[in-house]
Design a protein around this ligand. Structure first.
Ligand SMILES: NC(=O)C1=CN([C@@H]2O[C@H](COP(=O)(O)OP(=O)(O)OC[C@H]3O[C@@H](n4cnc5c(N)ncnc54)[C@H](OP(=O)(O)O)[C@@H]3O)[C@@H](O)[C@H]2O)C=CC1
Ligand SMILES: O=C(O)C1=N[C@H](C(=O)O)C[C@H](O)C1
Length: 268
């Protein structure tokens, strides 16, 4: 079977670099294009230069050239960048794996609309461990529904720009749905001052930012006389990159449609 041809956006980013390294180390995929914004010092350099490797693929700010030979674009950038790349990918009929977080509902609707033309995997966390954790949360929330207070705590590196993390928000949606609540109505994002007693049906979010924390998520179920904590900790970005490549392979035979990592990993 021939290798899946991968284009990447956000070459200079933490995930961009990890993806270049992972693609180059994975025989079932081939790097065919790497995009970075116009003012980047990387434009024109070999995409593997930061690893001391020569790939023959130069970093480019011409998205149409980057996509010309690609089967799939993997995008971990920012919402406004992803939406521009989505437009170009759907014009080229190139499949998309989107790891970017922080989309507004309107931006998400744009992605859903594009998925009628090209197949897309959109997931706030591509690691297998986090996606299995989602299943554990569903079970725990269902069984603990009435008597336990639910709080979600996430910690990330100092450079992260969106909060709560996309993963924490997804965890909130999962537990809210499992206990029959609407997250938009019950979410409490941080607390300060005289807040009054905790309302039983709320789901609280707490955000920590510091240093080089790759990504920690805990869902706390606090009841009378006991606490259950379900925690996932990332020690490296490699699990996100490997998940993104699994997602790209999953899309290979899909004509269109919007999928997530639960679909990719067969966890539905
Ligand atoms: N789904 C998952 O499993 C994971 C998701 N993420 C998400 O991926 C995203 C990227 O994270 P990370 O790599 O740490 O971020 P970085 O800030 O390290 O990298 C972002 C990259 O995107 C580029 N970029 C920023 N804005 C735009 C734009 N408007 N148009 C085009 N390119 C742009 C940057 O280029 P420049 O250098 O020019 O600014 C840079 O190359 C975040 O949303 C994060 O939450 C992260 C890890 C895992
Ligand atoms: O920005 C990050 O680093 C991460 N972002 C994703 C998120 O917002 O959930 C996934 C992971 O936690 C790392």
């Amino acid at each position: 079977m021939s290798a899946l041809k991968i284009a990447l956006a956000g070459a200079s980013g933490r995930m961009g670099r990890m993806l270049i390294e992972t693609v180059l180390a994975t025989p079932s995929v081939q790097l065919v294009g790497v995009y970075e914004r116009a003012n980047s010092a990387l434009i024109g350099q070999d995409a593997g230069a930061f690893l001391g490797q020569r790939t023959g693929v130069s970093v480019s700010n011409e998205m149409h050239a980057v996509l010309a030979a690609a089967d799939c674009l993997i995008d971990f950038t920012r919402p406004e960048g992803t939406l521009a790349h989505l437009q170009a990918a759907s014009e080229h009929g190139v499949k998309l794996v989107i790891g970017t977080t922080g989309f507004t509902p309107a931006q998400r609707a744009e992605i859903e609309a594009a998925a009628s033309r090209v197949p897309i995997v959109l997931a706030p966390n591509m690691s297998v461990g986090v996606n299995v954790t989602f299943k554990l949360l569903e079970l725990a929330a269902r069984l603990l529904a009435s008597d336990y207070d639910i709080e979600i705590i996430e910690a990330h590196h100092r450079h992260k720009v969106d909060a709560p993390s996309g993963t924490a928000l997804k965890m909130g949606e999962i537990v809210a749905q499992a206990v029959g609540r609407d997250l938009a109505e019950v979410a409490v994002y941080g607390r300060e001052g005289v807040t009054g007693e905790r309302k039983p049906s709320t789901i609280g979010f707490a955000t920590v930012r510091g240093g080089d924390i790759v990504g920690d998520h805990t869902v706390l179920f606090a009841g009378a006389g006991e606490r259950i904590e379900i925690t996932h900790k990332s020690a490296s970005r490699v699990s996100y990159a490997q998940g993104a490549l699994r997602a790209a392979h999953f899309l290979a035979d899909k004509p269109n449609g919007l999928f997530d990592m639960q679909d990719v990993l067969g966890l539905r």
